[in-house]
Each structure stands twice: as structure tokens, then as C-alpha cells.
Design a binder for this molecule. Structure first.
Ligand SMILES: Cc1cc2nc3c(=O)[nH]c(=O)nc-3n(C[C@H](O)[C@H](O)[C@H](O)COP(=O)(O)OP(=O)(O)OC[C@H]3O[C@@H](n4cnc5c(N)ncnc54)[C@H](O)[C@@H]3O)c2cc1C
Length: 458
């Protein structure tokens, strides 16, 4: 620790966001960056605590105190090497992670944690800029072929780790480009897709083969998959959305959140979507059902599409604003989360359950809701509704059922030993194993599955 008193003399300084009126005009990343000097000063605030709770809270067990110290001393390359030891893709987590580490930082006892997430992304971006990150192909190849099904953060992490061990890895993806929810779920204003392209190019240069537009189970049968590869890792995510089967759910104007988010991500990439298939919030009253992160991404997207009004409703009561005695430090606090999208102009409502959708001539006109505290009924004007109540488990039909896999009580793929399913050669990682989670947890799950596969093969 270079400066033991910095936490007393240097204030926490966040890079902040682009001004609202500017950022809602485009889909560019909303978060800004600090200058180099300020960034290094922010790293100096790390106290190198005896028990680094940040490290404990991070699913990847990132060694924060070590790389904060290197960053403070201007040893950017060392900082990057320390970071890369535990995190395959800091450029993703540094942008979208809810930073469990910062919530557990000892300085968060005073609400002023080290800016760990921002420091992380600064280190990795600096490393790319300076050319520290180069393709490193394994020196020796084994004769083992591994198929990774799904190219989200879990699939990319499995592929990266197994390729480093010298195995030949092929990643199959049913969409047109790799990335999973990083590519088609999370909006560009949180994660610019060039960041994914840059990493995929690197992985390709290191020898990983990507095969897109292949729906495994359909375009490649399970029999052929098992015959052609020595091991298979399923990283297909938790794609089954939670539905709301109330009266009127078939009205024109009711969509799942991902219908909107996928389409908008494709439009930003320049893909042409026929007019009749376009979901556009322009000039419309939008109601988003579900108070979580996916809902918040729909808020930001609807605002950029120039919706007339955006309302996000949640069935649970509003969580406490600052402190929640149920989740004291160093736990991740269950408190009100206000995203950059929320600050762009939406109404947030709590304790509202959806009773039915009403419409005229087959088109949605309002959402009937009931206040779960008072029993009061209300009609929210709505031309568009996005169902954002989360995902229940991976899609069973097709690949998983055809492989004859077993499921746990929540419908996720069951394992017999860590990462290993009930079917020989077949492993699982990410949301398909844990249920819907976080990018950082998916990377960790991918790293664990890679270790299990390597042990199995050798
Ligand atoms: C809208 C949204 C926003 C989110 N925002 C955040 C955030 O800000 N921060 C955060 O930490 N987490 C966020 N999450 C959660 C995070 O994105 C997921 O936890 C993570 O992406 C899961 O990774 P995964 O690799 O397990 O699966 P996914 O990312 O879901 O990838 C699975 C991939 O498998 C492919 N696939 C499925 N079936 C097949 C098949 N049969 N053949 C070939 N390919 C197949 C899919 O097309 C997909 O590309 C968000 C989730 C959503 C939905």
C-alpha cells in the first residue's frame, strides 16, 4: 500500500455520466472516464485491509488490494497482469458489474468505497491501448476437441480457459454473433458491442473457433455433437422468461423485455428490421412490468426511442433507500437501486400487481393494476408493455431434453459433481446451471467448468 493515509485525504470521485439531455439522443455508453492522475489517486484510497472483504465478495476472488496498489504506483502493466489472473474479461465486468466488491469495501461502512469497478475498467482499457494485451496461443496442443454451446460470458470463459490448456475449442452460437446477453440483452449504452468484438477477435487469434448461426440440437444433432467432441459444455443461459398469463396478454403491444432489447441492439449494429416487425416506443405510453435491471434497460431504451411516457412497476414494496438491516455490511445490500436510465425520466411505482390488460380492436390501451397494500384498482394508460419479470430456467425443449439431462428443483440443469451433468461428457456453466445471475458469476462458473473438463480429459 503506497499511501496509507490516502483514504483520509482523498475523496471518492466517480467519473459520472454524460449529461441526460445529451445521452438520451444516442445509444453510446453513458459512463465517462476520469483522467489518469485522478484514477491513480482513486486507487490510492484502498486501505489494504487486514481482511479484504472486497476479495471475499467477488465471485472471481479478484485481488483488489494488489492491483489498486500497482495502479496507484503507475504500474499499469502489473495491475493488468494481476487482474487478468482471476478475471478473463475485466472490460465486461468493469462496465456492467453491480460491484459486489464495492458494497463490501470497508470504506463502504461510511458510504465512500474505493471506485473498484471503475479502476478495473481503466486498467484493462489502458492495457488494450498500450498493446499489453496480445494473443497468446498455447505452446502445445492436446488432441482433445471440446464443444462449447452458447457464447455468453460463461461460454467465452470456458473456451478461453480450455484453449489456454491446449485443447481445441469450438464455440457454437445460435445467434448471428457471439456474446450472449452481453451482445443482445445489455444495451449499447451500458456496453458498447465493439468491446465484445475486440475480445472475440483476440480469442480467435488464440485458436478458438466460433461457429455462429448454429442452433445446437437442430442444426447439429445431439448425436453428432457427442460423437464429434471429447467433451461438451452447455452454456446456453436461462432463456425461459417468466410469463404473465393474465387476461389480455395476447393483445397487440404486449412484449417480453428481450423482444425490445434484442431488436434495439441489432438496430444499433445497423441491421435492417422490416417496418412491420419493428417495436417502437416513439410517442407511446410504455409500462414496464418488473422493477429489476432488465426493466431498467427497457426504460433507457424506451426513452431513447422517444416514448411519450415510461412507467416501471414492481409488485414488491419499495426497498429501503439507504440501509437495510436485513443485509448489513459486508453483504450486498438489498436497497433501492437507481440506475442511470431511471434518472433519464421515468415514473417508478411499487406494490402494484397486474390484474389484466385492456384494449380496443385487439390493441393494448391500458394495464389494470391493484395496489397490494391498499387494494385500490388503477388503470395505467399503455400502448406498449414490456414484461421484465426475469427468467425462470434454461429452455428445456430441444437440446437439453434431447440430451436426456436431469433438472434441479428450480428447473436448472442438475449436476452430479461440480459442473458435470448426469450425462457422460456433458458439462454445464453459467445461468443454465445457476439460474439467472450476473456476468461476473457466469465467468466464474465458466472457469470452474473448464477446470472440471480439463481434469476429466486428462
Ligand atoms: C437485459 C439484461 C441485462 C442484464 N444486465 C446485467 C448487468 O448489467 N450486469 C450483470 O452482471 N448481469 C446482467 N445481466 C445478467 C447477465 O447478462 C447474465 O447473467 C449472463 O449473460 C449469463 O451468461 P451465460 O453465458 O450463462 O448465458 P447468456 O449470456 O444468456 O448466453 C447464452 C448463449 O447461448 C446461446 N444458446 C442458447 N441455446 C443454444 C443452442 N441450442 N445452440 C447454440 N447456442 C445457444 C444463446 O443464443 C446465448 O447467446 C443482464 C441480463 C439481462 C437479460
Amino acid at each position: 500500500m503506497g499511501n496509507p493515509k490516502a483514504f483520509l485525504t482523498i475523496n471518492r470521485k466517480e467519473a459520472g455520466y454524460r449529461p441526460v439531455l445529451e445521452r438520451i439522443e444516442d445509444f453510446g455508453e453513458v459512463e465517462q472516464t476520469l483522467n489518469t492522475e485522478d484514477r491513480m489517486l482513486q486507487a490510492s484510497r484502498c486501505m489494504d485491509c487486514g481482511v479484504p472483504f472486497c476479495h471475499w465478495a467477488c465471485p472471481l476472488a479478484n485481488t483488489m488490494p494488489e492491483w489498486q496498489d500497482a495502479l496507484y504506483k503507475g504500474k499499469w502493466q502489473d495491475a493488468n497482469e494481476l487482474l487478468a489472473k482471476t478475471n478473463n474479461f475485466p472490460e465486461f465486468t468493469g462496465r456492467v458489474c453491480p460491484a459486489l466488491c464495492e458494497k463490501s469495501c470497508v470504506l463502504n461502512l461510511h458510504g465512500i468505497p474505493v471506485t473498484i469497478r471503475e479502476n478495473e475498467v481503466a486498467i484493462v482499457e489502458h492495457a488494450f491501448q498500450e498493446g499489453y494485451i496480445k494473443p497468446h496461443s498455447p505452446q502445445k496442443r492436446t488432441s482433445k476437441n471440446i464443444a462449447v454451446v452458447g457464447s455468453g460470458p460463461a461460454g467465452l470463459a470456458v473456451a478461453d480457459m480450455l484453449n489456454r490448456k491446449g485443447h481445441q475449442v469450438t464455440v457454437f452460437e445460435k445467434d448471428e454473433l457471439p456474446g450472449g446477453l452481453l451482445r443482445l440483452g445489455i444495451p449499447d449504452f451500458k456496453l458498447n458491442k465493439k468491446i465484445i468484438d475486440r475480445r472475440v477477435c483476440l480469442l480467435e487469434a488464440e485458436g478458438i473457433v466460433f461457429k455462429n448461426n448454429i442452433d445446437v440440437g437442430k442444426d447439429l444433432t445431439c448425436g453428432d455433437l457427442l460423437k464429434s467432441f471429447d467433451a461438451v459444455c452447455l452454456c446456453i443461459g436461462a432463456g425461459q422468461p417468466r410469463d404473465l398469463s393474465v387476461e389480455g396478454c395476447n393483445l397487440n403491444g404486449v412484449y417480453f423485455a428481450l423482444d425490445l432489447l434484442k431488436q434495439q441492439n441489432r438496430l444499433v449494429r445497423g441491421m435492417k428490421i422490416p417496418r412491420e416487425k419493428r417495436i417502437s416506443a416513439e410517442g407511446k405510453n410504455v409500462v414496464i412490468i418488473g422493477g429489476g435491471d432488465t426493466g431498467s434497460d427497457c426504460v433507457g431504451t424506451s426513452i431513447r426511442q422517444k416514448a411519450a411516457s415510461v412507467t416501471q412497476i414492481e409488485i414488491l414494496p419499495m426497498p429501503p433507500k439507504d440501509m437495510n438491516p436485513d443485509t448489513p455490511w459486508p453483504l450486498y445490500p438489498h436497497i433501492l437501486k437507481t440506475s442511470s436510465s431511471h434518472k433519464e425520466g421515468c415514473t417508478r411505482r411499487w406494490s402494484l400487481a397486474t390484474k389484466r390488460f385492456t384494449g380496443k380492436n385487439g390493441k393494448l390501451t391500458s394495464v389494470e393494476v391493484i395496489d397490494t397494500q391498499t387494494g385500490a384498482i388503477e388503470y395505467l394508460p399503455a400502448d406498449l408493455v414490456f414484461l421484465s419479470m426475469g427468467f425462470i430456467h434454461p429452455v428445456h425443449e430441444g437440446l437439453l431434453d434431447d440430451l436426456g439431462l436431469t433438472y434441479d428443483v428450480r428447473g436448472n440443469v442438475a449436476v452430479v459433481t461440480p459442473s458435470k451433468t448426469s450425462v457422460d461428457k456433458v458439462f454445464v456453466a453459467g445461468d443454465a446451471l445457476s439460474g439467472t445471475s450476473l456476468v461476473v458469476r457466469s465467468i466464474d462458473s465458466g472457469r470452474q467448468a473448464a477446470q472440471a473438463i480439463h481434469t476429466y480429459l486428462t
